[in-house]
Ligand binder design. Sequence first.
Ligand SMILES: [Zn+2]
Length: 114
Amino acid sequence: MHELGIVFYIIRDVKKVAEENLAKKVSAVVMDIGEVSTVIPDYLTDCWKWATDREDLLRGAELRCNIIPAVTWCDDCKCEYSTVQHGRTCPNCGSGNTWLLRGDQVEIKEIEAL
Ligand SMILES: [Zn+2]
């Protein structure tokens, strides 16, 4: 499962940060997850529970997901619009000359440690 691989990456990064800060226990991790990223937050949470149960540092830690709205930029009429609603075609001018500004990220936003 794709989400499990991502969880292992998150755990690796969180462990590194926790070690650097001499944290003994991580209580929560906050993620920014873009609306058009390939990650499904519910699956991510399930994998998180399974994987963190095997880590002393992370056992019982909560995973919180902030969903970041996807926004696309139109190069022809210089406007921003909702990617999920309109896809690659600009709703203002019909141009296909567009690119994703944000909304595909999967990033650790915050780590709460004891
Ligand atoms: Zn446009």
